[in-house]
Design a protein around this ligand. Structure first.
Ligand SMILES: [Zn+2]
Length: 98
């Protein structure tokens, strides 16, 4: 059986920031798969003492949105953070001129 790539995975590269809707978290992609990404999530662990640990997680392509490209047209050029939402989505200057 041939593994088909999820359409959303086409534009996602290692190093991109992605947002995970069910978990309300965003993180940097460390590995890509046909229908999922592996990210490293930083979290505080209270294990006798406070410690910041990074834990790898698999996020499904259906649950994520790429934050490193324009959310409207998908370009990587001239993108900046759209501060109108709580999530740091990027928009490019041609989709949303100042
Ligand atoms: Zn755009």
């Amino acid at each position: 059986m041939k593994i088909r790539q999820h359409p959303r995975m086409h534009g996602i590269l290692i190093g991109d920031e992605v947002y995970c809707y069910p978990q309300h978290l965003y993180a940097r992609v460390v590995e890509t798969f046909p229908a999922a990404v592996c990210v490293k999530v930083a979290m505080l662990s209270i294990n006798g003492h406070l410690e910041l640990i990074t834990s790898p997680q698999l996020w499904r392509a259906d649950d994520i949105e790429n934050l490193s490209v324009c959310r409207y047209c998908g370009t990587r050029e001239n993108v900046r953070v759209d501060a109108t939402t709580g999530v740091p989505f990027r928009v490019c200057t041609s989709c949303k001129p100042t």
